[in-house]
Design a protein around this ligand. Sequence first.
Ligand code: NOJ
Length: 446
Amino acid sequence: MPLTFPDGFQWGAATAAYQIEGAVQEDDRGLSIWDTFCRQPARIQDGDTGDIACDHYHRMEEDVALMAELGLQTYRFSVAWSRVLPFGKGAVNLKGLDFYDRLVDALLARGIQPALTLYHWDLPQSLQDLGGWANRDTADYFAEYAALMYDKLGDRVTRWITLNEPIIFTTFGHRTGVMAPGIRDLGITAKAVHHAMLAHGKAVQAFRGSGRAGEIGITNANTSFEPADDTPETAHAVELARDFDSRLFHGPVYGRGYPISVLRYYESKDAPFPIWPGDMETIAAPTDFLGVNLYSRSLIAADPGRGTGYRLAPPTLPLLPMGYEMAPHALGDFVRWVSNEYGRPKIYITENGVCDNTEPDATGAVNDTVRMDLLQGFLRGLHGAIADGADVRAYYLWSLMDNFEWAFGYSKRFGIVHMDFETLARTPKASARMYSEIIRRNGMEA
Ligand code: NOJ
């Protein structure tokens, strides 16, 4: 029995500006916090940087042709804020805008629908110099930048994503410091979280104000949490994990505010959320869809000794190179949960994929079988969640091609197209062929 997806279901792939573009000093692009971070010693594995990455800035047309060859129906990319506004605000860089203008036209000419992420972690350095996400004004600068993009591209782009994974760039950028801007401070993290969510809300309001047609939403990072055992204490710990990880970022978007457990935790550490009157209404500005990124599950155990009340239990499934458990059931499970929790919103899977570092064999073929198996498993689970009533309309595979995996540099490959980072040759892997076939059939074998 074939598993067929609903009519009109869209199949795509995703990337992000700093991870693929390169050309960081070209055409008057301003510096971002990732340019700075990569230049600091010992921040990135092997000292890698995004200076060249996949050189997509110069090979954009070739890459769009490749997308068409694979049969992609939609493509999610991000705009580098500092390419279009080198200082984050003020003077507009027309050369930077022109790149995205040409990208959008190239996609549309091949019948591929653009899905544009406004912020995929590359804050202009000039705004970091003013305090970055700890500075409340950053939310206004973001809305101004968003409005510029609606104005320039909103005649052709009709799917907009405000922020990519706020939990990751706030927590890893400001609390553990393993991502740009490399800060370790709980008080700054609380500010960053709130100002990022405020930025999201203001950008949604600016979209409605722009009069442009189309849809807008946010993309959150997610893990499917499972109890490590079946005691009531562990069941409670799973809910706490969902508070800190999911409800912190979904709750305010759906008008439920931040979870009390999380607010109390931050207050107990003298790191309160800087909420002003009216902020929560702004953040709850109605959105059109929910972007879901999901890669794995985590087992959760109760830990009353910790302020949060829970901890991650040791993994029990085989691990992928990123340390994620191989848990293909996690996608369907999480989608069911989030769909029920927030009243069955329209969902786009804005990222799902597999780190599989398989290199070309002697014939040049890349047989990334682990990726292929897991992708099929993820899609089976997703199909099941849709059958159970989740309103999922599109799936974006992460990623179109191997790219700069942040602090891991080029050591982690997520692409269905292999990248030779010396020659920049692009070679579709076996998973790319498999994905093309899934797209062609709008489904797969059960
Ligand atoms: C989530 C992020 O949005 C993306 O930038 C990253 O490369 C993938 N996950 C894989 O870790």
